[in-house]
Design a protein around this ligand. Sequence first.
Ligand code: PLP
Length: 415
Amino acid sequence: MNQKRIYLCLAHMSGNEMKYIQEAFDTNWVVPLGPNVNGFEADLKTFVGENKEVVALSAGTAAVHLALLACGVGRGDEVLVQSFTFCASSHPVTYLGATPVFIDSEEETWNMDPQLLEKAIVDRMEKTGKKPKAIVPVYLYGMPAKIEEIMAIANKYDIPVIEDAAEGLGSCYDGQVCGTFGRYGVLSFNGNKMITTSGGGALICPDEESKRKIMFYATQAREAYPYYQHEEIGYNYRMSNICAGIGRGQMTVLDEHIAHHRHIAALYKKLLAGIDGITLHENPSSRYDSNYWLNTILLDDGLKVKGEEHAYEVAVQGAVGGAAGVTHEAKTLHTDCEPNRNVEAMRMALDKAGIESRPLWKPMHKQPVYRNNPSYLNGVSETLFRKGLCLPSGPCVTDEEVNYIVETIRESIRS
Ligand SMILES: *Cc1c(COP(=O)(O)O)cnc(C)c1O
């Protein structure tokens, strides 16, 4: 059973991707515009709601960058960003010469804590005399944030919200699609997300005018002259018509993918129920409807896992997530903030059994690169990071494999 490695979320080309790619080749539309881009954007618009506009872009990171730009973020500004996230939520703030100010999470959804958010707004205005320029909540692992409360606070202080829904495509809060609450919503179609275009992203925009503005900045900010005329700095962020062809094919199986992730979540819930010391992250109430992009578990501090004494003995070779050869070699075996030994031992046991797992994302306020950034903390994200693991959850993961994964977890616990 463990000949084939089981990955967290592997892309699955199960729609009619080839038809759209073939059409692009046949008609020589291989540039970053064309029928597939228009078709993909139209399909996304249908999915998120016809009152929104959608621009396809080269990456989710590019979508964050352009949304910030469109909100007027510039040198010397501050942006309030959820600390418990992947670095692409905050790095683009720095591209613009602005400062990410990190907000910790609440325990129910693991996303931006609305109380800390308000505290931070008041405190930043007091300390800097300026209002933060934008708020970036995240739908981490697909779980909806307390977006209604976040929007109420954002509206009270009149600060635009950019929802990072890169991991949350198809998740809903009170029946409304995540990414459609704020002024902008970010989607990602990287190889490991809910659907993929091999690499790509999109920005959900409030109206035609904002969409045109985003497209302008994504196309090198070209003015309408017969020659190249530039009055502002732009970027090369449009999506290729080839990639958009993959995206159109993937849109035909998006509902299936979402249903599959939720089915895998339900199976984990059933199978993990009998294991003491392990808690599955679940929708806190019926208002939340996660896409369960990645299923995640917490290991109690007291849980004993076989091989704990060997955790962190050797430096990781090749790092996480197919980034081997690109990542820097680890200089130390430890950092000042790392998952508990039982978590690392469980990761190693699963790895040995051919199962990919990964610690939860290390909070940005604990990243050395952001050591001097202001942050508003309650300890939640750091605790989650120390205790948590992501488990295989993608479209290629079978029921049989979930059984095998949970059995491996059970056998790795020292009784
Ligand atoms: C993947 C991801 C992004 C960035 O998307 P890319 O398409 O990889 O650039 C942004 N934010 C979060 C939370 C993500 O997980």
